[in-house]
Design a protein around this ligand. Structure first.
Ligand code: SF4
Length: 337
């Protein structure tokens, strides 16, 4: 078995047409609600139906049903947006009335296109960039997208669903990204309910989601394409303004691997090989092993506000990248070449 197959067997089967993406199966699972359920009761129904979906014992035909598990997920996502707890900032505000930390209100698409620069197993990838982000990375390499949540185009969900269906003639997957896609979870689920494409769904994220958001993605997402940046809470707090980073991100990687297949990206930061790269690679080796793909990336540039932070206000040295890459190689990780 080759290294891609080892980590992405189900994804490979979707590409060959031997397996359906999870979201197709999810919307074939009927759910009956009386309409009087509390949020807790809806979550209970949700979790029970996800179990049915994931048990492999589902005998439901592969057709959309009138009210499905996907529709229930959409309802729950809208409930969450009413007092937003989509990411671990847990702003608790009504997103229809005010903006939280990420600044995202109505979903805005900064760009969408066929991406040929992602990992070889993913391209061509239909990449949909949402404006806004739940992080404040001072070195953001996509700051023009992440720091402008109000910019970009407004699409109706049907419109975007049809666009994705058209792109699916060549795309291997739909790649939900930003900024970060988390703030737009209700809209993304709504689109999935309207798509026909049989392509795999990729969640391309900083992984600062809450456990509730991850529960909603269970049964929708085929591949988590994650961004694992920092090897400790201090570096994350200082450079990204994110608290409890290590605790949240390690927790979420375990959950993500339990739900789906995973490709982890790690951008090596200048001067952060010992405090960040090596602890991350050690953690992956100890907790996920070679069941996940790992892309150790070298393309750091001192962008955005990096000039205010002398520790990262320079390019990465080739020796630093080599040190991180060889460390990952030595741990036997399933590395993207
Ligand atoms: S998604 Fe935005 S509004 Fe919601 S909790 Fe996160 S930062 Fe706050």
């Amino acid at each position: 078995m080759n290294s891609v197959q080892k980590a992405l067997a189900r994804y490979s089967s979707i590409l060959k047409g031997e397996e359906k993406p999870w979201y197709h199966r999810c919307r074939a699972i009927p759910v009956e609600l009386a309409g009087t359920e509390t949020i807790e009761e809806k979550w209970k129904e949700h979790d029970e139906h996800v179990k049915i979906l994931k048990s492999g014992e589902s005998q439901f035909p592969d057709d959309k049903t009138e009210f499905s598990l996907l529709d229930l997920k959409h309802e729950l996502a809208n409930d969450m947006a009413g007092a937003c707890i989509m990411c671990e900032r847990r702003c608790g505000i009504d997103r229809a009335r005010e903006a939280g930390h990420c600044g995202v209100m109505e979903p805005r698409i900064s760009s969408e296109f066929m991406h040929y620069g992602e990992e070889p197993e993913l391209v061509p990838s239909h990449t949909i960039f949402f404006s806004g982000c739940t992080f404040d990375c001072v070195f953001c390499q996509n700051w023009d997208i992440s720091t402008r949540p109000g910019q970009g185009e407004r699409f109706f969900s049907d419109e975007l669903a049809r666009m994705i269906d058209r792109r699916a003639e060549i795309a291997k997957n739909t790649n939900w990204v930003g900024g970060d896609p988390t703030s737009n979870l209700p809209f993304i689920i709504e689109i999935l309910g309207k798509m026909e494409a049989g392509t795999a769904q990729v969640w391309n994220s900083n992984m600062y989601l809450t456990e509730e958001s991850l529960r909603l993605l269970d049964g929708l997402i085929d591949v988590y394409l994650t961004d694992f940046k920092f090897g400790n809470n201090d570096c994350a707090s200082r450079l990204c303004n994110a608290e409890k980073y290590w605790d949240v991100i390690t927790r979420n990687h375990i959950i993500a691997r339990g739900q789906a297949e995973v490709i982890i990206r790690h951008l090596v930061l200048p001067g952060h090989v010992e405090c960040c790269s090596k602890p991350i690679l050690d953690w992956i080796a100890g907790n996920l092993g070679n069941s996940v793909r790992v892309n150790i990336m070298s393309q750091y540039r001192p962008e955005h506000k990096a000039f205010r932070h002398p520790e990262i206000n320079r390019s990465l040295e080739i020796g630093e990248f080599k040190d991180a890459y060889e460390y990952g190689f030595g741990l036997g990780l399933n590395l993207v070449d």
